[in-house]
Structures are given as C-alpha cells and as structure tokens.
Design a protein around this ligand. Sequence first.
Ligand code: AMP
Ligand code: ZN
Length: 483
Amino acid sequence: MLLYNSATRKKDTFVPRFEGKVSMYTCGPTVYHFAHIGNLRTYIMEDVLDKYFRYAGYDVTRVMNITDVGHLTSDADTGEDKMLKGARRENKTVLQIAQYYTDAFFEDCRKLNIRRPDIVQPATGCIDEYIHIIQTLLEKGYAYEAGGNVYFDTSKLEKYYVFNDFKEEDLEVGVREGVDADDNKKNRADFVLWFTKSKFDSQELKWDSPWGVGYPGWHIECSGISMKYLGEYLDIHCGGIDNAFPHHTNEIAQSEAYVGHEWCNNWFHVLHLNTTGGKMSKSKGEFLTVSLLEEKGYDPMVYRLFCLQSHYRKSLVFSWENMDNAKVAYDKLIARIAALKTAEGEEIDSEAYAKLREGFVTALDNDLNTSLAVTALYDVLKFKTNAATKLALLADFDRVLSLNLIDAAEKLRAADKKDEADGAPAQGSDDPFVKEILELIEKRRDAKKNKDYAEADRIRAYLADKGVTLVDTKDGTTFKIEG
Ligand code: AMP
Ligand code: ZN
C-alpha cells in the first residue's frame, strides 16, 4: 500500500516494523466542547485507514488519547487551559466537562460508524509516565527548568522542524493572540513539558511532581500514552493537519530524545473541513455538529459518504448544497442496492468478484483513495453479474467504508414491503431516486400525449443511462432498476 507520509513528503510503501502487525496512534479530541464535523472528518478518514489495515489482514492496535488537561488556548502553550475555560463556561468541574464531552464524542462516533480505538486513554490517567519521561529528558540534558516550569530545549536537536514545511517564523503564531512571549524560554521554539507557574493560576487539576505541584503540557501526553501502550516504535501516527505543528513536531522531539532513536515511521495528516467562511473551529464557539445534521434531516451516513467522496489530503468545503448532493447520492445508492434480488440457489461469480474487488483494493492501496473506492461501489452495481455476487462485494467493501449499505437497503426493502401490503406504491416511493423516476414517468406520459416523442425518448434514454428500464404496459408504465 502506498501512503503519503508527511515526514518524507512523498507517498511511501507502508511497511510496518513487525510483519503483520500495525501500531497506530491517533490524537484524540480535546473534550471541552462537542466535536464539530470538521474534527469528525479527521476521525472518519482515520477510521477508514484503521479498517483498511484490518481488511488487508494486519493485526492493528490503535491507541487514542483524550485530552482532558494541558491543551491551552494557543497551541504554542500560552493562554488558559481549554478544559478550564469549558468548565467555567458551563459552571461545572473539569472532570464533569471531560466526562460529558467524552461520552458525546463517542456517541457521535457511533452514529458515524467510527470504530472505537482498541485503547482510549484520558491524559489525566498517565501523569506518572509523563513525569518519568520529563525526568529522563532532564537527565539527558534535553530539558531545563526555568521560572517554575520545565521546558524542552529544542537547540539540543540536530533537526527540530521535521515536517519541513514549517519555519521558525511560524512560531509567531504563539505570540499573535495578545499573549506575551515566554521569557523563560532559551529558544523561541522551546515548549513546556511541565507547568507549575502559569499566568492562569486557577488550574483545577494539579499533581505533585519533582518540580512542584503542577500539570503536564499538551504534547507530552501523546508521547507518554503512545509509548505506554505501543512501546518505543510506532508504525503510524495520525491527526488533523493543524496537529503537524507544533504538536506532532514537539512529540517527535521529546519522544526521540527520550528513546534515543527514531520513533514513528509514518505520519498521516487529514486536511481540514472548511466552511465557505474559513476553517471550522471549536474555539470560535459556533460550529456544526452531528446532532445538528440530524436535526436538519440528514442521516449521519450521508456525512460519512460526503467525506469519503473526497481525498483526505485535499481540504473539503462544507455547504448545505454539498450535503444535499451527498444525500441524493446516498439515497440512490441504497435504492439501487435494495433493488438487487437474488434468485434461489444463486452462486457467487468468482471471476467477477475477484475483478471488482481488485478495483476497490487498487483504489485504497493508492494513498487511501476513498473517492475511487466509492466509485468501485457503482462499478459493482453496473457490472453484468448476478445479485448474489454484487451483494457479497458490497458487504465486503462496507467492512472498510462503513456506510451501512446492506442494513439500510434491507430497511428500505422492508419499508417497501409494508407499503405494498398497505396498498401504497411500491419500490421505496419515499426514496428520492424512485421519486425522480416516478416524476419522469409522468413527464414522459405528458410528452407522449402532446406528441413530443423526442422528449419522451430523451427521458427514456436519461433513465436508461442511470440503469432504469421503463416497461410500457396497457395499464401504464412501470420500471426496473438494473441489478
Ligand atoms: P481537538 O479536539 O481540537 O484536539 O481536535 C481533534 C482533531 O480534529 C485533531 O486531529 C485536529 O487536528 C482535527 N481538526 C481540528 N479542526 C479540524 C477541521 N476543521 N477539519 C478537520 N480536522 C480538524
Ligand atoms: Zn496528540
């Protein structure tokens, strides 16, 4: 499998360190608010990667942290702790906020068919591990104490900016938001490993440490949690692109200084979901959630399909129009699957199965091209083979895409049966694709009445193109969806 690696800035052949096994780490959510659908784009694409590794036969161990301490309002470790800000906003304790939004996050994941990582670890549960790493870094000369805090000394590294796209000037970001530069730092790129002194002294959760009562920096939690569960070597580390700098850059600095060798071979970054007004962001306060999509009548699977239709290394623009298009596409897809009817004793056509599966695998093997993997679904529907083969392939692909294809189609079929029994028109008349067909049949009837045979033929050809055959009988026109 070829996978783009932010560390080498090219598509590399993915080779895990130990044959057949993949260790995978994912930066988890900062649980001071609901996840927005931008955050969830990142988790959907990471979920596809996780599932594709499993599909390809790897034994995957995936670990995710929950950031419940240390992530300050600026990524450059200045400002107030985001958790404390959230707690204050809602008049709750930090732990209450953390629990509430962690549960909400996994509920969103459930709705979007995002598999829960094998290990989920809140950052507040590994304080001893961070202290141990920081102590070692101090002993090895990679860290120093200043003004009550412990800092990582970036000047001790041969190479700090591993994702070469970032330059020292980028660190201006940390000083931008009306926050003074930290005079304790020896070098501008240095970052805090342990805080005991901060301008924001009301930190609720604090722990004893060799450097005084305080709390860990944000970056150390991911190094600590990853190494605790996955050891000194990591095959792949994932996150949204904003995590690349400074978060992942700092993780690499401290982890490699600690273990004394290279740590993680592959870096997988998902580009952002933007609105037409710019990046979607939690700190702006107003953002789109899965619940809001549901309230507006969109099945979460529609959002998942919307994400899969584009490549993870391209930024994606959210609009309601785009969501409507995804909804039409999803409904049509399910209606076409629901229309597949297997005959008694129908057997899988193994030649067709292998050929179509190859198309799917080729798409995902090329840097997780989910958009082509979705096209592979349509290739199955179009292919001249029996329904049993098609259904088996769709179920197989859905182990990775997780679009509820088979369940949703079965539900639609059951609803149709009920409608038929109730005397209502069959074939999923609630379904937009079927609705469109019925409307076009009406239009064609009118066209024929008006002797506009060209228009009637145009409608027939248009529908044939979409796999719909019209059957004219003496009682009117019925239709068949290909498959
Ligand atoms: P946070 O909860 O802020 O720690 O972010 C959780 C995950 O969402 C991280 O991997 C971020 O990089 C990612 N993320 C943040 N904003 C966006 C966005 N607009 N689009 C996609 N991913 C994002
Ligand atoms: Zn992280």
